[in-house]
Write a protein that binds this ligand. Sequence first.
Ligand code: SAM
Length: 270
Amino acid sequence: MKGLLYLVPSPIGNLQEVSPRAIDVLKSVDFIACEDTRNTSHLLSLLNINKKCISCHEHNEASSSEGIISQILEGKSVAYLSDAGYPCISDPGYLLTLKSIENDIQIVPLSGPNAFLNALVGSGIDTSHFLFYGFLDSKTSGREKELENLKDFPYTLIFYEAPHRINDTLKSMYKVLGNRKITIARELTKKFEEFIRSDLKTLVDENREYLGELVIVLDKSKNCDNNGTYLSEVNKLLDAGYSVKDAINIVSILFGANKNKLKRELINKD
Ligand code: SAM
């Protein structure tokens, strides 16, 4: 019988967030595969778990996952951990998961720590729909091109960023997206956890120093007004000669906007 692949989230700064279930799984598996054997061995020693760790990271995931999968196919169960938070979320693990699925291996993801969800729920920015983007390109031109693609996205945007790049990233965001509500969540789950709730222009003007680990949560496109409708988009199409019916249909398809709300907004405007 085949073994299982457990995807085990690790703490993003607070050891108390290792769940009892994660500890049980780490104790029960035949071996552990991880992004960095030194980091995971350190975590295991703090948890009093003595288990063999093998490395499977960004640069060797393709070859290393072959060996891991053949052991699972022989009946061994494995837990995979990245350095912090969920494997596969801006971290290695995706290839191993994909190849395991291709080999009909059961994947068991555990619940646990993750930086962007903590940032989002503490941000005070609309949580009803959101896009987690992860890291933007480190080069200004690439970053601004990516932001152009996100400019009209009508939902909350979430990014990971390094402290030494954040001011450049905020400048690019302000330049491409205009002023928006923003929350920067720092050092989540740690002693100096902080939520900086502001707007892009203020933070760009301040050019302050940010220390520690950061998540950026940005409010949705201004095209989406406070009622969650997209009147400005409808108006652009009306100006271009579309009928009211067509304009509303197009905007509802493109942005997932509610047709009835749009109709009411148009009527109230006149
Ligand atoms: N796999 C992780 C997860 O599930 O959140 C993310 C790993 S990614 C390589 C690391 C980035 O996550 C950091 O650069 C930072 O943007 C964010 N991050 C991780 N830990 C954090 C923390 N304690 N506070 C704020 N952001 C954090």
